[in-house]
Design a protein around this ligand. Sequence first.
Ligand code: FES
Length: 157
Amino acid sequence: MLSPESIAKIDYELTKYPSDRRQAAVMSALRIAQAEKGWLSKEIIAFVADYLGIPAIAALEVATFYNMYDLEPVGKYKITVCTNISCMLRDADQIVDHLQCKLGVGFNETTPDGKFTLKEGECMGACGGAPLFHVNNTKMHESLTPSKVDEILEGLK
Ligand code: FES
């Protein structure tokens, strides 16, 4: 279900924990699986759980708790905008409106070309850079303005 490369990465993560604590690697294993597959189907979550030797429900609980995991297909670029209090006070609504207008999609929707998915996120612990979003759970863009958003989107095309 996963490539040998992904399995090797999970095995490396497992070296960080005692051998009787394989469950500790579940977040990393799910991240690795998502990186390969693009999203986490129930079958992949079950595969990861089985590989770690934990109940499938234990992996599913983690996958459904954190919004970094995608339980359905997303676009090439998943943009997650923080709309929590600090970002809201720094005009996150304006950023959301601009993104929705530019992309023509709402939250939890993907552009018809499959390029962008827009998600709403909770506080990302980077309130000093509000308003902000991250792309594909990895690249954070802070102190956003509509024109800065345009530049970022242009760079993703
Ligand atoms: S409220 Fe947006 S990063 Fe904290």
